[in-house]
Design a protein around this ligand. Structure first.
Ligand SMILES: [Zn+2]
Ligand SMILES: [Zn+2]
Length: 80
């Protein structure tokens, strides 16, 4: 199930069992990032919006693409 990112406020919501899917509109590169990964770095109380703002498309960054890796959309997958 995919939800808009705003369903998650803090990284620890839903017991940290959700996954963030990131899709680059520019190069079509997609990846799935488990909440655990973010929690290890930022802790359970960090806001997802703040963390998502730091994301970028690694492919576009490497290529020094015009979009600077920032032309992506995100969705949250929450296990039922
Ligand atoms: Zn890209
Ligand atoms: Zn790009």
């Amino acid at each position: 199930m995919a939800f808009p990112t705003h369903k998650i406020r803090s990284l620890g919501d839903f017991d940290g069992l959700w996954t963030l899917s990131v899709h680059c509109r520019c190069c079509e590169h997609s990846r799935e990032i488990p909440a655990r990964f973010f929690i290890q770095i930022y802790g359970t109380r960090s806001r997802l919006t703040a963390v998502a703002a730091k994301l970028y498309c690694s492919r576009c960054r490497v290529r020094r693409c015009r979009c600077e890796g920032k032309d992506f959309e995100t969705a949250v997958r929450i296990p039922r």
